[in-house]
Each structure stands twice: as C-alpha cells, then as structure tokens.
Design a protein around this ligand. Sequence first.
Ligand code: URA
Length: 249
Amino acid sequence: MKSKSPLDRWIELERLFGAEFLPAGRGPQAPAGPARASPAKPPPRTESAKPLQRPAVPAAEELPAEFVAFRDQVLQCRKCDLCNTRTQVVFGVGSLKAPLMFIGEAPGADEDAAGEPFVGRAGQLLTRSLLKLGVRREQVYIANVLKCRPPGNRTPQPNEIVSCMPYLLLQIKWIQPRLLCGLGNIAVQALLHTSEGISRLRGKYHDFFGRKLFATFHPAYVLRNMNQLALFEADLRKVAADAGLIGIP
Ligand code: URA
C-alpha cells in the first residue's frame, strides 16, 4: 500500500483535533498521471479556418464546490485575535493548476483593503518581476502564512502562525504545486522552523512536508534594497524555470 505523505499525515492529525474545514473522506486528490496535461490536439485545418486567437487573459477557472466551501470557511475564520482587527481575510489568489505557489508573510494594509495578496507596492514589484519573465499572476498561486493583517504590520505571533498554518497546508494540498517559493525571512523561517537568516536560505531548495520550497527575498525588502533586485529576479527566474513556467535560458 502506498504510504501517506507527511502533508497527508499532518492534515489527518488536524482533522483528529477537530479542524472542521478539512474535506471529509478522501479530500482533494493529486492529479493522476503526469503533472501537467498535454495540450489538446488542434482541430484539423480547413481552407477557411482562421487561426484560433487565444484570449490574453484566460477565462476564470471554475472552482470545485468543495474548494469554494473550504475558502468560504476560511473567510469567516475567528481562530485568533486578528479577526477583530482585520478588514477581511486574504485567502489567496491564482490558478488551482499553478505549478508554482508563492508564500508571503501576511497581508499588509493594501491587501487587507483589497482582499488579495501582494497588491501593494511590494506586490507590484513581484508582479512586474514575474512579467519580465513572461509569467502572469494568473499562472501561479499567491498566498501568505497568515490570512489576516497583523495590526500595524507587526510580525506574526507564533499562535497566529499555528492557527493559520492548516489553511496554507490545505491550499497546498488542493493546488499540488510542483514547487513552493517562500518570500522573505519571516515567511521562510515560519515555514521551515528555523532561525537561519534569509541571506543564507535564499537561492536554495528546502524540505517542507516532503515538498520542495525555494527561498528568496521578500519584495518589500527588495524595494528598500534595490541593489538586491538582480538577485531576487535571478531567484524568480530559477524557480519559474524549475516549475516549468518558462524555458531555461
Ligand atoms: N507582504 C506579504 O508578505 N504579503 C502580502 O500579501 C503583502 C505584503
């Protein structure tokens, strides 16, 4: 019999301890077969057939009802005190088929207002740097360790990280990204349970519940230290290439 992944075992434990948002029964399944489906064959060309125009932005993905139920439960979360100060829960955004998932620290003021992660100045830097590689936000998934903004953007507290972590683990289980990319010291340290600094951790892969987690700088740090932009963008290029989002130069 196939043994359970560390992530599955963790989720099973969460369920035992009463996490109601976990899907009953089998839960979300990993896609069968190869990680990415091969593209459908184009229809046979006829004399009058015009080449199909691909829309610049793909049509919104239909979300499975079970995923929507999970998201709706997270949007109402009251597990820690951040629920009293947030404007709204910032669940995460992107494709459920994304091969790459970015994980930041926590929403800031702009994200708390918009309900979407990485939309403020730091987020715009991340979006721009990805676009330089030809990668759109819709092609990846973007989430945070914490789903609610800590007041004044203070550092997340251990009890908040513990309360929120099951949500992130479930997002990973649903999306099954080929790779994870932790953004910045706080997020990477929380994910890896380490006090090692980001300058030592960045540019490398680490184990996160049996999955590969690449570490890089937080874009807010890059905004304050623009001399690190080249390194940050080289990191993004590597992880995007490894995830199969871009060709290897
Ligand atoms: N910083 C983060 O870590 N996450 C966001 O969503 C925005 C800023």
